[in-house]
Design a protein around this ligand. Sequence first.
Ligand code: XIL
Length: 300
Amino acid sequence: ANALGAAAAGSGRYFGTAVASGRLGDSTYSTVLDREFTMVTPENEMKWDTVEPSRGSFNFAPGDAIVNHATAHGQRMRGHTLVWHSQLPSWVGSIGDASTLRGVMDNHITTEMNHYKGRIYAWDVVNEAFADDGSGRHRSSVFQNVLGDGFIEEAFRTARNTDPSAKLCYNDYNIENWSDAKTQGVYRMVKDFKSRGVPIDCVGFQSHFGAGGPPASFQTTLSNFAALGVDVQLTELDIAQASATAYTNTVKACLAVTHCTGITVWGIRDSDSWRTGENPLLFDNNGNPKPAYNAVLTTL
Ligand code: XIL
């Protein structure tokens, strides 16, 4: 195959990218997007601060622009993200009453999912709910602090009831190394959800890596999660300096796990990346493929 999406399709997988609606009019950008990628994640356009900036007032125009582009080009969509402590408007953060916050969270989930019903392959229902401190516990957030541990389960149940045909994912970063307490905390949650019938279909490993690429245990982590009965996906891949070896090792880890269903890079050109100055992506600022691109294409 001569494109990432086509190569990944050879093993039944997708190859996706984050897309920013404001760049769709850039023809260099859209040419690479439509040639290479079969899955699209809105980089910011489906986050709470864009979608519901004030209570009950919804803005889907930026997300719609991306969904319309993807539909026109045969690309599937990952929805990102329904419940997250970041890019959260301050009106949500200041709710202190549990039944009010639960109603607001559930209304946000149902309204956004209903708007996009039938057009989203998988939703990141909850993003980054675990702490980085090595405790293996949930991080502090308005959802955690007001609703307690049960907010994650509540969000997944509401999501399943709203769009039963969408895959429901938990998504996080720094959960790629098997022995890390954060990885173990997420693993315990998924195991508990599966054992109690809480609806969860997939775990997204963001995969924001340093120059060395993935930890040696990455494949083990992916296969251990998959053994719980969920799909696993690399959802926001970027690697400082984008060495071909680091990208190859990352792709190999996914390919070795049957239920690793796809890989998404977090942007197209280095100039599109949120990691300014790290050149972590597969295309240079002019939209030309870098050595890591050829390594990925050959490995897929
Ligand atoms: C980032 C975007 O790339 C930036 O444009 C934005 O300013 C901040 O968020 N984890 C996630 C993504 O789940 O949504 C984040 O995206 C990167 C970290």
